[in-house]
Design a protein around this ligand. Sequence first.
Ligand code: GDP
Length: 375
Amino acid sequence: MSEDRKPEWSDPSEPENFSTSIKKGEEQEGQSIVIEKNIVYRKRESKDPSVEALVEGVLSGNRGQLARAITLVESNAEQHFHKAQELLQKLLSHSGKSIRIGITGVPGAGKSTFIEAFGTFLCDLGLSVAVLAIDPSSSLSGGSILGDKTRMEKLSRNPRAFIRPSPTAGKLGGVHRKTREAMLICEAAGFDVILIETVGVGQSEVIIRDMVDFFMLLVLTGAGDELQGMKKGIMELADAVLVHKADGSNKEKAEQTRKEYSRILHFLQPATKGWASKAYTCSSLKGEGIKEVWGVIKDFEEKGKSSGVFAERRKSQQRDWIYSLITDQLHYSFFHHPEVKLKLPQLENEVMAGKKTAASAVDILFNTFLSDQKL
Ligand code: GDP
């Protein structure tokens, strides 16, 4: 029976929203009881908690508030942007204490299986782990390579772990701004280890490298050709290469592949000053080599901290952050400028038809863009 319909047996003189009795509702978190015209409502509190409430929640490790804080920085709504920045400003001094680890590899390299095994191993050591993802596909197509699968089920149930699927791109900065800010929030919440995952398809490795302390590349065996063709650039970013799925009949081959990668790494520029990147084998299914990977990372951290390289990199990452935001912001403002949007298709056609040079088209667009900018 709907609440505003009188039962047949009621007094006809009673109003339509008649009620026989008012029971005191039980208050739940995020709800308050409202009585209006004899009807008891359970009113949900506004979904937007204050910045102070979020700061307090995040610092005390409250998962709900942590998730809300990340949602706020991921929001594409302009009014959330300023609130998010205020929140980050307040959390900034509490961040920076985690070790930040980036993990990349082609689809199918076993990244999620590895993170599940590695994350669980770290939780068993008593550490807390936050997993974030940068999904390059979401910024290009709006689709998602990483987000669709049911991933890391076991780790997601671990009370020491927090897994956040990748954000989608939008205005006011792409996925990397959001991931970087989500990372700061997780650090303020006290996570010991931050794992940032991305699919190795080019661009995103560079972005991830700029955010993390330690960067590793997951590769597979039997990839001799791939090894030849693999962009030297990606290998040069890695602090370690893990030859993954080194189990069963694949074990021997994995060892062979490891040697090949080690040989190549030996000739490359080191990704981190003073650190010799090496290749290792590992099996997430068998849980082999996982402990060793953590040993390598701890060694890296120790050496980097005592030499000062660790702090130096973090500082330069902070500086680069400004530039990546400027690039984001310029890109967004330019392509969303109403007149630029209007003129672009026509100019594009003219350039394609050979009637105009690309440079002169760009010149026109920039003059349009800059004409109403306050200088
Ligand atoms: P992602 O796309 O890189 O995240 O890869 P997934 O973690 O989804 O793994 C892809 C496939 O590789 C799955 O079928 C896994 O079961 C398998 N796989 C992952 N890790 C291992 C491993 O250590 N050994 C073996 N043999 N298979 C693995």
